[in-house]
Design a protein around this ligand. Structure first.
Ligand SMILES: Cc1ncc(C[n+]2csc(CCOP(=O)(O)OP(=O)(O)O)c2C)c(N)n1
Ligand SMILES: [Mg+2]
Length: 324
């Protein structure tokens, strides 16, 4: 198998694993055992997969409320994430943070937080650290289109540009901030990446519907950042399938134009990706099936373990979350 095919398969596995984890969360959530809000990114997985494929262990990453995919693609521990969502002491935040507060310092996932825009400057600080240490590492900053409307974003990009920091801004433009469409929040003629490029950062927009193009352009941008140690901004055109917060469909609420959700679902990047692998890269249906079976076994084991784990004792619940 060629290096390219191997890389594509790896990317497909990352995306499919994220989908499986989040579908399992959605299925299990109604039982009421996960006592925290969950923001699922079903439909958006390809972004994390193409970025994750280009991340090195030494790189760092920060994220916000919709962070499961970013944490997993960076190599964050699956069982510790699920245990965190179940509030268990084995969770990555010792069960105190829930879904929106994920951290795995062993793989450079510095943390996620519920306050829109507040992890962006932390990612900039991490980029500054990489620069001061003369390291080759990059600092990845995951944000949504809504976070572009926070002041901290402009200060951060400006500082990254002026100081030439190795920061990679990954903006998942899923067209909505909760129930408010981008077209109600920003002028119709504006393109986010064009506006951001006005701050002086190299910026592009990438479509997630064209899987191969999405991977190639992402690799090109991240390689540029690694080679030059300069900041880059990537806007992805993507789409959230489920409600803003929770495991349900919300198309009946009427904030999405009729037919928009079904159009995106028909173009599901993951099944599209599977078809490309089979039709253009000679991967058999049974190989694809095997990938999914292995993922399912791993995911179910993580859920089983997390459910069996203990809640923190009073003493444990007061421990420093960073304590080993
Ligand atoms: C400072 C701040 N303002 C408002 C909120 C409420 N809030 C939570 S998520 C969210 C939407 C953010 O949209 P976006 O950045 O596009 O991310 P998405 O939910 O689409 O992934 C908002 C407004 C918040 N958590 N923090
Ligand atoms: Mg959004």
């Amino acid at each position: 198998m060629s290096k390219d095919t191997n890389q594509l398969l790896e990317c497909y596995k990352i995306a499919s694993r994220i989908r499986s984890v989040e579908e399992t969360i959605a299925r299990e959530y109604p039982s009421g055992e996960m006592r925290c809000p969950v923001h699922l990114s079903i439909g958006q997985e390809l972004v994390s997969a193409v970025v994750g494929l280009n991340q090195l262990k030494q790189d760092t990453a920060v994220s916000s409320h919709r962070a499961h995919a970013h944490y997993l693609a960076k190599g964050g521990n699956l069982h510790r994430m699920i245990a965190e969502i179940y509030g268990k002491v084995t969770g990555c935040c010792k069960g105190r943070g829930g879904s929106m507060h994920l951290i795995d310092l062993e793989v450079g996932f510095l943390g996620s937080s519920a306050i829109v825009g507040n992890s962006i400057p932390i990612g900039v600080g991490s980029g500054l650290t990489h620069k001061l240490n003369n390291s080759d590492a990059l600092s990845f900053i995951f944000l949504g289109d809504g976070a572009i409307e926070e002041g901290s974003f402009y200060e951060s990009v400006n500082f990254s540009v002026v100081q030439e920091l190795p920061t990679v801004y990954i903006c998942e433009n899923n067209l909505y901030s909760v129930y408010t469409g981008l077209n109600q929040r920003q002028p119709a003629e504006r393109n986010i990446y064009e506006m951001v490029s006005g701050i002086g950062i190299k910026a592009v927009k990438i479509e997630t519907l064209d899987v191969l193009d999405c991977l190639n352009k992402t690799t090109e941008m991240i390689n540029f950042a690694r080679r030059t140690k300069k900041p880059v901004f990537i806007e992805y055109n993507t789409y959230r399938w489920l409600e803003h917060c929770g495991p349900n469909d919300d198309d009946h609420l009427g904030y999405r134009p009729q037919g928009e959700l079904s159009k995106w679902k028909r173009k599901d990047p993951i099944s599209n990706f599977g078809n490309i692998l089979m039709l253009d890269f000679g991967i058999s249906g049974s190989e694809i099936q095997e990938i999914h079976t292995k993922i399912e076994i791993e995911v179910l084991a993580a859920f089983d373990q997390a459910k069996k784990d203990n809640f923190p004792t009073l003493e444990q619940s007061q421990m420093d979350v960073y304590a080993k």
